[in-house]
Ligand binder design. Structure first.
Ligand SMILES: [Fe+2]
Ligand SMILES: [Fe+2]
Length: 196
């Protein structure tokens, strides 16, 4: 939290969209803060330059901002989404990136990550890309943080899982949902923290 405060809340203008998210959905707001922390921790220990770590944090914080455009009854639904509801949910990356591009105060990286964070490593996710292309490092880190935090938290439709179980699930998804070196680095990072 101290890192967040020092690095991120210092430039408040970036967080105007986030305030909207807090009033809209408390879970998504807390999730946003967790993703910022986990993504900055990964970036820092991978040796990403400090100035960029800040932008990675902002991008992590705003990755789900497009959820403010998802109807509330879908966003807060306790239980599995119907196919047509999932189609609505799947619009949040594109809608989020458009929202962020309209705000000149927000680093461009945040719009990229909002757009890319559900692509998956093998691009089997969404949105569908017109052609295969590499994704930004920060999107891949955010996706790993996202996977971990979603399973680590109690949700209306699933209980929180133990950290080790999630890391095993992450390992099983290497090469499909997550890039190998980054996934293994994350596993080592979490294990070092839980052992400390
Ligand atoms: Fe998302
Ligand atoms: Fe997310």
């Amino acid at each position: 939290m101290r890192v967040i405060e020092e690095n991120l809340f210092a430039d408040l203008s970036s967080f105007l969209p986030l305030a909207a998210l807090k009033t809209y959905d408390e879970y998504t707001f807390t999730h946003a803060i967790n993703i910022a922390i986990l993504t900055m921790a990964q970036a820092e220990s991978l040796g990403v330059p400090k100035r960029m770590v800040h932008d990675f944090g902002v991008a992590g914080l705003l990755h789900d901002i497009g959820k403010t455009t998802v109807p509330e009854h879908i966003l807060k639904k306790a239980g599995k989404l119907e196919p047509h509801e999932f189609e609505e949910m799947k619009k949040h990356p594109v809608n989020g990136s458009i929202m962020l591009l309209k705000n000149p105060e927000v680093p461009k990286l945040a719009a990229i990550v909002a757009y890319e964070h559900h692509l998956q490593y093998d691009l089997s996710g969404y949105p569908a890309l017109p052609q295969k292309r590499p994704q930004h490092l920060c999107s891949m880190l955010t996706s790993i943080s996202d996977f971990y935090d979603a399973l680590r938290t109690n949700r209306p439709y699933s209980d929180a899982k133990p950290s080790e179980d999630i890391l095993a699930m992450l390992e099983a998804r290497i090469g499909v949902n997550h890039e190998e070196r980054l996934a293994r680095h994350f596993m080592a990072l979490i294990r070092a923290r839980t052992a400390a």
